[in-house]
Design a protein around this ligand. Structure first.
Ligand code: PMP
Length: 353
């Protein structure tokens, strides 16, 4: 070992899903939206002033913050934006989870949470989901240093009701509670309204899923202005210019087209509901997802085998080789055509295996 190596901060990083190159493949592995962003975004991209890239972006991201505040009916001071919700969540862990008591999040949930906790040295505990992969709200009534969970949860797709979330909030008034709503637009009710009553609640959302803009990296948090101020203090101690100019301009444009947003979200929900029927016919079972993916296991064939044969045939889904998850595939909802190809391949494979 070289002398300087002892000072390296060693981390086990989060593993993102593959981004394979090529046009012929069917990519159902990272919960991207199969449809392009709103047409206005394309126009704004074409009209973007090339020369403006010479300058630093607005450090307060006010254009995008304003649009989001207006859209969600809150004050500008209640909105924080970041480079995807991953950036927003990383800032949240750094800002608010600073207690000796453990932060609580489910054992099966977004696998980035334990990575941030370890990176920042935050103690944490992971209450187990029940047999049916549901969050047990009572597990979050114990003393803790903060609470975070996705709603709907990932990779299960299961949704908590607003009543259950409010119960968790009632039992956790002295810590920050974070609801990660990356997938909320695909059939859930947002907790945003609860931020009026609960000043310790932060709701995080992203442009990567329902808004079809994973490539631009835009996420945001909404909550009480004191929480947002604290987040900004940490952000400005880290990197003043997190949001680049194209993201600010195109992100603001995307928020304006409510009709396109609703239309594409509805298409994905309809495809998901049809996919549930088809997958059941093929012998799969799964929790009842309200997200843009289905977490399915087959009655006979191990998930790892299916994952491999699908990949060999240029169909990419996500597989987690971890306790409780290793017999399921997380299948992102693609276009109807993509899903038909998936079902046709599976039907064929299952006939002979
Ligand atoms: N939260 C959850 C639950 C997710 O699944 C993801 C997507 N990997 C994210 C947050 C982060 O998404 P993004 O950084 O693209 O906004």
């Amino acid at each position: 070992m070289k002398p300087w190596e002892k000072n390296i901060r060693k981390v086990v990083p989060y593993t993102p899903g593959d981004q394979p190159a090529g046009t012929k493949l069917i990519k159902l592995n990272t919960n991207e939206n199969p449809y392009p962003p709103a047409p206005g975004v394309k126009k704004a991209m074409q009209e973007l002033d090339f020369a403006c890239l010479r300058k630093y972006p607005d450090p307060s991201s006010s254009l995008l913050v304003r649009c989001l505040a207006e859209y969600y009916g809150v004050e500008d001071e209640q909105v924080f934006v970041g480079v995807g919700s991953d950036d927003v969540l990383a800032m949240i862990f750094l800002t608010f989870f600073n207690s000796e008591k453990p932060v609580l999040f489910p054992d099966v949930s977004y696998s980035f949470y334990p990575v941030w906790a370890k990176l920042y040295g935050i103690p944490y505990q992971t209450p187990a989901l029940d047999e049916e992969f549901r969050i047990r709200k009572e597990d979050y009534y114990q003393e803790n240093g903060g609470v975070i969970f996705p709603n709907p949860n990932a990779p299960t797709g299961l949704l908590l009701s607003l009543e259950e979330i409010e119960d968790i909030l009632k039992h956790n008034q002295d810590v920050v509670v974070v609801v990660d709503e990356a997938y909320i637009d695909f059939g859930g009710k947002s907790s945003l309204g609860l931020t009026r009553q609960y000043q310790n609640l932060l709701v995080v959302q992203t442009f990567s899923k329902a808004r079809s803009m994973a490539g631009l990296r835009i996420g945001f948090a909404i909550g009480h202005r004191d929480l947002i101020r604290a987040l900004n203090d940490v952000k400005y101690s880290f990197n003043s210019y997190t949001m680049n100019i194209p993201s600010l301009v195109l992100g603001a444009e995307a928020v304006k087209d409510q009709e396109y947003f609703q239309k594409t979200v509805k298409k994905i929900i309809d495809t998901r509901e049809r996919a549930k029927i088809r997958l059941r016919e093929l012998g799969f079972s799964f929790p009842d997802s309200k997200a843009n993916f289905i977490f399915a296991s087959h009655s006979r064939i191990p998930a790892e085998e299916l994952f491999e044969v699908l990949r060999q045939n240029q169909i990419y889904v996500r597989y987690f080789k971890q306790p409780r998850l290793e017999n399921s595939l997380r299948i992102t909802i693609g276009t109807d055509e993509e899903m038909e190809e998936l079902f046709a391949f599976l039907a064929d494979y299952l006939k002979t295996h």
